[in-house]
Ligand binder design. Structure first.
Ligand SMILES: C[S@@+](CC[C@H](N)C(=O)[O-])C[C@H]1O[C@@H](n2cnc3c(N)ncnc32)[C@H](O)[C@@H]1O
Length: 201
């Protein structure tokens, strides 16, 4: 098990995943929720993988902090998306120490296919940090994977209901919930929940 348990399996598969994750496309991945995100302001993408979404937001004019603890994934991201609006950072949930040290808040915080890598205790530690990084009026978006765990990975089945309730404890209000959607990012029996929470102005 790596030092950051949720990253299990990613370093070894980074070359293959870079091709697969990039093929999903930014709009293909986030089309159903994009209208519910602020159109301007900085973006924090936690568990940014190979940077597909960081690049998508950068192309729309956002400054993006792309946080990714797996060096092999980060290296693909930096190679594939050398956009000056993207800053890459080696940091991880649940503590996000380097992100918090920057004392910045973000109009959009993305957690795309990463929250389910945390166990219940890690999720309880992480949520106040994550919620505190959302600027007034900003959005926090989750994409939660359900279904069989790929060999070598560490995942938990986390519901949209639990995630929404936990985020609400830290002042965020649910504005979008899309349950159990199949999509491009699926193997047999895999579905996704999408959640957008907003901070008050
Ligand atoms: C399924 S991939 C998703 C990558 C990207 N968000 C996307 O949608 O293409 C999950 C990513 O989360 C990262 N990750 C795993 N555990 C993490 C943690 N504790 N903190 C931050 N990122 C983590 C992995 O290294 C991996 O790049």
């Amino acid at each position: 098990m790596p030092a950051i348990p949720g990253t299990a399996g990613y370093a070894a598969e980074a070359d293959e995943l870079a091709v697969r994750y990039e093929s999903y496309g930014f709009e293909g991945t986030h089309g159903p929720i994009l209208a519910h995100l602020p159109e301007t302001g900085s973006v924090l993408d936690i568990g940014a993988g190979t940077g597909r979404d960081a690049a998508g937001f950068a192309a729309r004019g956002h400054e993006v902090l792309a946080v990714e603890p797996t060096a092999e994934m980060r290296a693909h991201g930096q190679r594939l998306h050398p956009d000056p609006r993207i800053t890459w950072l080696d940091d991880s949930l649940p503590h996000l120490e380097r992100v918090l040290a920057r004392k910045q808040r973000f109009a959009i915080v993305m957690l795309t296919a990463v929250w389910m890598h945390l166990d219940a205790e890690e999720r309880r530690i992480a949520m106040p940090h994550v919620a505190g990084l959302v600027a007034p009026g900003g959005a926090l978006a989750f994409s939660l994977r359900h279904g069989p765990v790929p060999p070598g990975r560490r995942m938990f089945d986390v519901s949209a209901e639990e995630t929404s309730r936990l985020a609400a404890e830290y002042g965020l209000q649910e504005v979008v919930r899309l349950e159990n959607r199949s999509g491009q990012q699926q193997g047999a029996g895999v579905t996704w929940s999408r959640l957008v929470m907003r901070a008050s102005e």
